[in-house]
Write a protein that binds this ligand. Structure first.
Ligand SMILES: [Zn+2]
Ligand SMILES: [Zn+2]
Length: 170
């Protein structure tokens, strides 16, 4: 019998005993998980993670990358990258799907309602994702970095989606 051991752990993390007062808040907890999800990204430009949460439960996760069974930009190259297209433009030229879209699709695939849920994302959603988020019934967005483009900001405001920036420092 041959056994293979795999070292599992997050770089830089230590297994310390919990200290009272050092427990992460729910927001920090879910944002740290969102940042971990982003590490699975296969985008050449930016690693983005999204986690959909309701009643302190994770309903769905997503990162940006090519659809299932389709070669990733990291393996095949990305047309947006090759043509040096600016951030936020010509998304249709990339093989990848955005993290937020993948999280919504995962919920649909497994028949999970995300109505009234909160979306945690490493970056503020683009306008395409924002439109999907509105129709998926997501009511709140908690993000770590980025600025909404003017269309996203207008749409979020008009839809009454609460948008909160948090800094978890990791
Ligand atoms: Zn790409
Ligand atoms: Zn997007």
């Amino acid at each position: 019998m041959h056994f293979r051991s795999i070292k599992i752990g997050i770089k830089g993390s230590h297994h310390k005993m919990p200290v009272k007062g050092e427990r992460p808040t729910w927001e920090t907890y879910f944002m740290d998980i969102t940042k971990l999800v982003a590490k699975r990204s296969t985008c050449l430009r930016r690693a983005v993670g999204a986690v959909i949460v309701k009643d302190k439960r994770i309903l769905s996760t997503g990162y940006n990358g090519a659809p299932s069974g389709i070669e990733h930009c990291i393996d095949r190259g990305c047309l947006r990258e090759k043509l040096k297209i600016s951030s936020g433009e010509r998304h249709e030229l990339c093989r990848g799907i955005h993290a937020e879209q993948n999280a919504i699709i995962q919920a649909a695939l497994h028949g999970v309602s995300i109505k009234g849920a909160t979306l945690f994302c490493t970056n503020l959603p683009c306008s395409i994702c924002t439109k999907m988020i509105i129709n998926a019934g997501i009511e709140k967005i908690i993000y770590a970095t980025g600025y909404a483009d003017s269309l996203s900001a207008d749409l979020l405001k008009e839809a009454g989606i609460e948008t909160i920036k948090i800094n978890t420092g990791s």
